[in-house]
Design a protein. Structure first.
Length: 580
């Protein structure tokens, strides 16, 4: 009799409740699954048992069933793929919560615009402002395309929603800040005549009959309406936004994310945790310039508990590709006078580069035991940041600092080997590739694009490649918190339309297994949490997902059709879409 047959015989002899008495009853068992553990010591299994929030067994169905008791919740995965919960390396949660509440970035018709407004109004208290919008981002380059496709430009018509928004001042911006859309309530709040608005330095659009259209242009428009709109939403609105956005993360199988929001958002997380209602674990990053405050409070890298961790800092060197502000050695191909811009801590009050100013922040924060994570997009920005890391090692000495190169978006070929040599954690968001290829070659040319989103080269350099989303995106692009989009982009190097055929610079494709590793273990490692998360092994936190399709077996195009069926955090089911 082999081992599995013997176990089955034992189980048929003793009731499950009796079997659990001596071994400890599991709170949750997920069985009859194809488990891909991301644990090289035990890569595959059929079932997982969780007790008191942690994994107590990973193995065959009959092994795990030994821990089944009267009160054990059992999920029959029906052969579906089970993975560790996804760890998103980069979100702007407070912005995502606002964006999820209301945005019109990808809206193309007045009917859809009105539906979005109607939806948000139904959830707001009277007097609450409707803000954001970011319309027009996908007019020139259609969402999901590889470039070359466009649509009719869209501009919201405030008159379509005046009745809906009578009790809600509305101030929306175009994605590039060139135009704004306001309703009558916003005009009145700003002290303007809704029938005939006029203000120095601003132009108010009018239709053929002379009535205001709600569109405002001019340098003073933003300042005027922001002066009368709220600096912050009410605590009740922030809490509602947070609950909504946490549910969205759970729906996509994200069990931990690394966030860079404000202090109020951190307080909301703590409030939900104290009430037992925080469904996603949080790795929280403060701005780099606040390093001394954290050091004085005794905070160090990896501090916190299994729900909320701190000790990391986020800095910026340059801008972004979407607004042509990423910093390059050579000018943009479509803008010969522009090489991009350095960010705040890199320059003086007049915008001139200041040698060593940013580096000193890095040296001081690193010496205080805090983790550094720094945004760099353009090839010159990434090059300079690697120079700074070398200086960090020279002055403060080598150690396990897990320096996170945030985005690592366009790397000069000569700098790729340095990533591994310096022990860099490349904090990459692979869906940037699928979205940005709409306009990348137009802006920096094909040759520089060879070093863009170079996932395979980064991994082969010896750097740790970890994945996330950059949710909700920028003012020019939307990045949903959906790991399937990132895995698809990394594996195919295509837009969601399937373009271009064979992939964009296909030599940089990675395997599905590598992409899953980057979205689980590697992102946990980036947070100093690989002992607790990122793989399914005994002793680790009980965070896992059940997927509708087997990513390891399906054609790559079907990754986009894959949905999360169940999300489990600490043995607690926080999302369940299985039909059973």
């Amino acid at each position: 009799m082999n081992r599995r047959t013997l176990l089955a015989a034992l189980l048929s002899t003793f009731p499950a409740a009796c079997a659990a008495v001596g071994m400890g009853e599991a709170d949750l068992i997920v069985r009859n699954a194809r488990v891909w553990t991301v644990d090289p010591a035990n890569p595959t299994a059929e079932a997982v048992a969780i007790r008191d929030g942690r994994i107590v067994r990973v193995g065959y169905n009959d092994e795990v069933d030994l821990l089944r008791g009267i009160d054990t919740r059992v999920i029959d995965a029906d052969g579906h793929l089970v993975l560790p919960g996804f760890v998103d390396n980069h979100v702007h949660f407070a912005s995502a919560a606002r964006f999820l509440e209301f945005n019109v970035m990808n809206v193309a018709t007045q009917e859809e615009f009105a539906r979005r407004v109607e939806d948000v109004v139904a959830r707001l208290a009277p007097g609450e402002w409707i803000l954001g919008g970011f319309w027009g981002a996908y007019d020139a380059w259609a969402a999901g395309s590889a470039g070359g496709r466009s649509r009719e430009p869209f501009t919201p018509d405030a008159s379509r929603v005046e009745a809906l928004t009578a009790r809600h001042p509305m101030f929306l911006r175009k994605f590039d800040g060139s135009e704004y859309c306001v309703n009558r309530a916003a005009l009145a709040a700003a002290g303007l005549d809704p029938e005939d608005p006029r203000a120095e330095g601003m132009e108010f659009g009018r239709d053929a009959s002379g009535r205001p259209t709600g569109i405002v242009t001019g340098e003073g428009a933003r300042e005027l309406f922001e002066a009368f709109s709220p600096d912050a939403f009410s605590p009740a609105r922030r809490l509602a936004q947070t609950r909504h956005a946490l549910a969205e993360a759970s729906r996509h199988g994200v069990t931990t994310f690394s966030d860079m929001s404000d202090d109020e958002q951190l307080e909301i997380y703590a409030l939900l945790r104290s009430a037992g209602q925080l469904d996603v674990r949080v790795h929280f990053r403060f701005p780099l310039e606040r390093w001394a405050e954290l050091a004085e409070r005794g905070i160090r890298a990896g501090d916190g508990d299994e729900w909320i961790r701190t000790g990391s800092l986020k800095g910026h060197i340059d801008g972004i590709m979407g607004t042509s502000t990423a910093r390059f050695f050579e000018p943009y191909s479509n803008d010969p006078e522009n090489r991009g811009r350095w960010r705040k801590l890199m320059v003086d009050e007049d915008g001139n580069f200041v040698e060593g100013q940013f580096l000193q922040y890095m040296l001081d924060a690193d010496a205080a035991g805090l983790q550094l994570t720094v945004h760099a997009i353009g090839d010159e920005a990434n090059h300079l940041l690697l120079n700074y890391l070398e200086e960090l090692n020279r002055v403060n000495g080598p150690r396990d600092r897990r320096f996170r190169l945030v985005h690592a978006q366009v790397i000069a070929p000569a700098d790729v080997p340095r990533l591994g040599e310096l022990g860099v954690v490349a904090e990459v968001q692979p869906f940037h590739l699928a979205d940005d290829m709409r306009w990348m070659e137009e802006r920096i040319g094909a040759e520089r694009c060879r070093g863009a989103y170079a996932f395979k080269s980064i991994a082969e350099s010896g750097a740790v490649l970890c994945f996330g989303t950059d949710w909700p995106g920028t003012s020019a692009s939307e990045y949903p918190i959906d790991p399937m989009l990132g895995i698809y982009a990394a594996v195919t190097r295509q837009a969601v339309s399937g373009e271009p055929n064979g992939g964009w610079f296909p030599d940089e494709k990675i395997s599905v297994e590598e992409a899953i590793h980057a979205y689980t273990w590697a992102s946990a490692y980036a947070n100093f949490e690989e002992d607790d998360k990122g793989s399914l092994a005994v002793g680790k936190l009980g965070d896992l997902v059940v997927l509708s399709k087997d990513l390891l077996a399906i054609p790559p195009a079907e990754i986009l059709e894959t949905e999360v069926l169940v999300t489990v955090v600490g043995g607690r089911v926080v999302y369940d879409a299985m039909k059973r």
